[in-house]
Design a protein. Structure first.
Length: 83
């Protein structure tokens, strides 16, 4: 997403918190190759959808996952552990 590419991600771990389905990328169950193929075809055949997801994904990374924000979260976590 930070490179302005829509992503196809599975429901594993914390991915749905990062990738917003149909907004910054597409989320699949994970073990269904037909679902993956469907998502690939959908993205490859729709340049407007790709462009929207590109921009939304980049914006999401800049707003929620930039270095400054991540460092602040790590510091807050460490301070909480120390207390």
């Amino acid at each position: 997403m930070s490179c302005r590419f829509p992503v196809i991600a599975s429901l594993s771990s914390g991915v749905p918190r990062v990738v917003l389905d149909c907004e910054t990328g597409l989320i699949i169950d994970g073990d269904d190759p037909d679902e993956l193929l469907e998502c690939l075809v959908r993205l490859c055949s729709n340049s407007e959808l790709r462009a929207q997801m590109d921009e939304r994904g980049r914006h999401r990374v800049e707003q929620h996952y930039n270095r400054t924000i991540q460092m602040r979260k790590v510091c807050e976590l460490l301070e909480g552990l120390i207390r």
